[in-house]
Write a protein that binds this ligand. Structure first.
Ligand SMILES: Cc1ncc(COP(=O)(O)O)c(C=O)c1O
Length: 375
C-alpha cells in the first residue's frame, strides 16, 4: 500500500521512553510530569463523574468551560473574547490538526520554524500542501530575514511556538513586531500560535499573541490543559480563533472528534476558576533552578531556559558522537533518558544538544543529576 506519510515512523518520544523502561533509566525524555495531580482536581473530577455528564458534550465544548477560559484570557492578557471564540479540543494536537486541515489548501505553503515540535508537519502533508522548514537562529529565536524571504503569496500559515519546545526560549516584543509587519504585507497569511506552555515562564513574563493588536485577529491561539494542570493523559486543550476561521475549523473538528470528553470538561469548568495560574511559573522555576544547581558540577553546559519545562544541555565537552547516538548511550549506560535536538530539525542538523524535561519530582531530578554528574 502506498503510504500517505512515508517519512513518518515511531516518534522519538516513544522510542526514548521505551528505551528508558528497558534500561531502568530515569526518564527525562518525554514531556510529562511524574508527580501527582492536584487533589482538588481529582475530587472535583470524582464529584462531576458521579453526575449526569457522560453523554456527548456540545460540539464546541461545554459553555461554562468556554466562558471560564474567556475569563482567564481577560485576566491574563486583557483581551475580551466571547464563549463562541473558544473551541475545546482533544489536546493541542487536535487543535493544530483541525486548524491546518481547515485552512490550508493543496499546494499552499506553511512555514514551520526548526527545531519544531513534531505534530505540525504531518497535517500539512495530509492537506497536500508544502511545509517550509526554516531554522531558528542559533539562540533559538526567529530569524526574521530568513522567514521573510520564504513567505510568498502561496503561504497560508506560519506556525509559531512560544515558549518554545525544545529550547525553552521565549519571544521578545521585537519578534511580535516583525511578525506583525509580515502579516501586514501578506493579507492571506494567518498565524497558528502554539502557546501550550503560556503559563510556564520564569524571569521574563510570557507575551501572548492575545496581547498583540494586529496579530490576534489573524491568529489561531492554541493552549493545553495537559501542560497547565499536569494532566497530559487527559488530552484536553482549546483554541481561540476569530469567527471566520473558527467556522471553518469547526467543520473539521466535528468530523474529527465531534466533541471532547464530557467528564473532563465538566471537571475543568469547575476547577479552572478556582486556580491561580500565576503560580505555575514559580512552581516550575523552582524545579528548573534545582535541576540547574545539581548539574552545575557536571560537564554539561546548560543553555538558557526561560519557559516550558525543558532544559537544553550541550555535551560537547563529553563526547563528539551524534546527538542521537549520545542520547541512546546516555540512556543505556548512564541510566538517564533525554531527547536529542536534531530530531526536531528537517535537515537533521546536530549541534550536540540534548533536551531534559524537569517536570519531575525532586527525587527523580536529584538521582538523574547524580548520574549525569558521573560522566
Ligand atoms: C509545543 C507543543 N505543542 C503541542 C503539544 C501537544 O499538546 P497536547 O498534549 O495538549 O496535545 C506539545 C506536547 O508536548 C508541545 O510540546
Amino acid at each position: 500500500m502506498k503510504s500517505k506519510l512515508p517519512h513518518v515512523g515511531t516518534t522519538i518520544f516513544s522510542v526514548m521512553s521505551s528505551l528508558a523502561v528497558e534500561h531502568n533509566a530515569y526518564n527525562l525524555s518525554q514531556g510529562f510530569p511524574n508527580f501527582p495531580v492536584d487533589d482538588q482536581l481529582l475530587s472535583i473530577f470524582k464529584e462531576q463523574a458521579s453526575l449526569n455528564v457522560h453523554q456527548y458534550a456540545p460540539m464546541a465544548g461545554f459553555p461554562k468551560l468556554r466562558q471560564e477560559i474567556a475569563v482567564k484570557v481577560k485576566e491574563h492578557y486583557n483581551r475580551e473574547i466571547q464563549e463562541q471564540d473558544v473551541l475545546i479540543t482533544a489536546g493541542a494536537t487536535q487543535a493544530i490538526f483541525a486548524t491546518i486541515q481547515a485552512l490550508v489548501h493543496p499546494s499552499e505553503e506553511v512555514i514551520i520554524l526548526d527545531p519544531s515540535y513534531d505534530c505540525y508537519e504531518s497535517p500539512v502533508m495530509l492537506s497536500n500542501a508544502k511545509s517550509i522548514r526554516i531554522p531558528l537562529s542559533n539562540d533559538f529565536l526567529p530569524d526574521w530575514d530568513r522567514i521573510r524571504s520564504a513567505v510568498n503569496s502561496k503561504t497560508r500559515l506560519i506556525i509559531t511556538n512560544n515558549p518554545h519546545n525544545p529550547s525553552g526560549r521565549t519571544w521578545n516584543l521585537s519578534d511580535f513586531n516583525e511578525l506583525q509587519a509580515l502579516l501586514n504585507d501578506f493579507p492571506n497569511l494567518y498565524l497558528l500560535s502554539d502557546e501550550v506552555y503560556e503559563f510556564i515562564t520564569f524571569e521574563k513574563q510570557h507575551i501572548s499573541t492575545h496581547q498583540i493588536d494586529g496579530l490576534k485577529d489573524r491568529a489561531i491561539i492554541v493552549s493545553s490543559f495537559g501542560k497547565t494542570f499536569h494532566i497530559t493523559g487527559w488530552k484536553i486543550g482549546y483554541l481561540i480563533a476569530p469567527p471566520l476561521l473558527m467556522k471553518e475549523i469547526q467543520k473539521v473538528h466535528q468530523f474529527l472528534v465531534f466533541c471532547v470528553n464530557s467528564p473532563a470538561q465538566a471537571a475543568l469548568a469547575t476547577y479552572l476558576p478556582e486556580k491561580n495560574l500565576y503560580e505555575l511559573g514559580p512552581f516550575y522555576q523552582e524545579k528548573r533552578d534545582y535541576f540547574q544547581s545539581l548539574l552545575r558540577k557536571s560537564r554539561f553546559q546548560l543553555l538558557p531556559s526561560e519557559g516550558s519545562y525543558f532544559q537544553v544541555a550541550s555535551y560537547e565537552q563529553i563526547s563528539n558522537e551524534s546527538d542521537v547516538e549520545f542520547a541512546i548511550k546516555l540512556t543505556k549506560e548512564t541510566g538517564v533518558a533525554s531527547i536529542p535536538l536534531s530530531v526536531f530539525n528537517a535537515d537533521g542538523s546536530d549541534r550536540k544538544l540534548i533536551r531534559f524535561c524537569f517536570a519531575k519530582d525532586n527525587e527523580t531530578l536529584s538521582k538523574a543529576a547524580e548520574r549525569l554528574c558521573s560522566i
